[in-house]
Design a protein around this ligand. Structure first.
Ligand SMILES: [Zn+2]
Length: 370
């Protein structure tokens, strides 16, 4: 009997420890939300794998030349949302065409309100603002440009969230051999037009970040989500300062996990503490993209592993889960290293993987009810 009691105590201790964190085997059964994907094909592959793996999806329409036209992206979003309104959600966007014309603000507002009425839960602005789009004076247009005020004040007033991909990872301004991750090296090798190291005449990293920060400061009530760790992926300290300064800001983790892993391999406890301290400000996201087959397609996020989209998505999601939720080690090719997981507490995982997205995108509940 004594032996039995001792064993029971022993069991309860290990059960207690297991209670605090999830395991790799918990992956599919815990409800999750991927706050940054691009579903650009109207087939069922993305929804099927999301259903199997326990994910809701937020698909982001974006004015990106490698993606289908905006009208086509919107049509796919409407169709998939109709098929599974509980699981599929989308963000609309706006075009920069006619930005300086007299009706751009009113036209953009009308378009956004129309998409919101169709179920969009927010708006995306892309890095073409700050890096590509120029005005009649051949000057780059930045996000804090007063000509955006009418549109952005509207979003602020209406409580429509803005997801902003501004600037690029800091690696974009470094020579290829100094970049910290293989995925950045591949992307910028394939996209010389966005590889700022090759374009010293373009604004610096800090100039773009400063314009973005100035914009966030100008709109203190705007529900602001910085895509890709708000382009501060290289330093959790820097991202912490951004969160401290702008209480209305959150960030997604899309396509930047390798940057986090690079940092946690240097100081795991520091990165783990960052996630715990900012557990209300981080949204899980992958940047998984399903595009129409295109022989001219360049680098994708993640690169096509030739085994089909479902396998690619499942592998990607599971790897991130193992990293964030467990203490298991895995080899990460993009940083050519073994990485030990952060083993974040269950309560933190549930926020980053679900609750934060439902708080930030409050229209989710409404869209699903329609
Ligand atoms: Zn994206």
């Amino acid at each position: 009997m004594k032996y039995f009691v001792a064993l029971a105590v022993c069991f309860s201790v290990s059960a207690g420890a297991a209670d605090t964190t999830y395991t790799a085997a918990d992956f599919a059964r815990v409800r999750k939300f991927d706050a940054h994907v691009h579903a650009n094909v109207g087939d069922r592959k993305f929804l099927d794998v999301a259903r199997k793996d326990g994910f809701e999806l937020l698909s982001i329409n974006v004015d990106y030349p490698d993606f289908p036209m905006l009208e086509k992206q919107a049509a796919v979003a409407h169709q998939l949302q109709k098929e599974d309104p509980q699981r599929f959600h989308f963000l609309t966007t706006f075009t920069m065409k006619g930005f300086e014309g007299p009706t751009w603000t009113a036209d953009s507002i009308r378009h956004i309100d129309d998409e919101v009425a169709h179920g969009a839960v927010g708006v995306k602005v892309w890095k073409n603002v700050g890096m590509v789009e120029k005005d009649a004076q051949h000057k780059l247009i930045f996000l804090d440009d007063p000509r955006f005020d009418g549109l952005m004040n509207h979003l602020e007033r209406k409580g429509i969230p803005l997801v902003a991909h501004q600037a690029e990872p800091k690696n974009c301004w470094l020579p290829l051999d100094q970049m910290t991750t293989e995925n950045d090296r591949t992307y910028f090798r394939e996209h010389p037009e966005y590889y700022m190291y090759l374009h010293p005449e373009q604004p610096s990293y800090e100039t773009l970040i400063a314009a973005r920060d100035h914009f966030v400061a100008k709109h203190p009530k705007l529900i602001f989500n910085g895509a890709h760790m708000a382009s501060l992926e290289w330093s959790v300290d820097r991202l912490a300062r951004f969160f401290d300064k702008y209480p209305n800001a959150t960030a997604d983790l899309a396509a930047r996990m390798t940057q986090v892993q690079f940092q946690s391999n240097a100081d795991r406890e520091k990165v783990r503490q960052f996630f715990i301290e900012y557990q209300d400000r981080l949204l899980y996201g992958s940047d998984l993209t399903e595009n129409p087959p295109d022989p001219h397609a360049r680098a994708q996020n993640p690169p096509d592993n030739g085994q089909g989209f479902e396998k690619e998505a499942d592998d990607f999601w599971r790897s991130d889960w193992v990293y964030l939720a467990t203490s298991d080690a895995q080899h990460i090719d993009a940083i050519k290293a073994d990485v030990k997981g952060l083993a974040l507490p269950k309560s933190v995982i549930e926020k980053i993987y679900y609750a934060n997205a439902h708080r930030v995108f409050a229209r989710l509940a409404q869209a699903a009810a329609n």
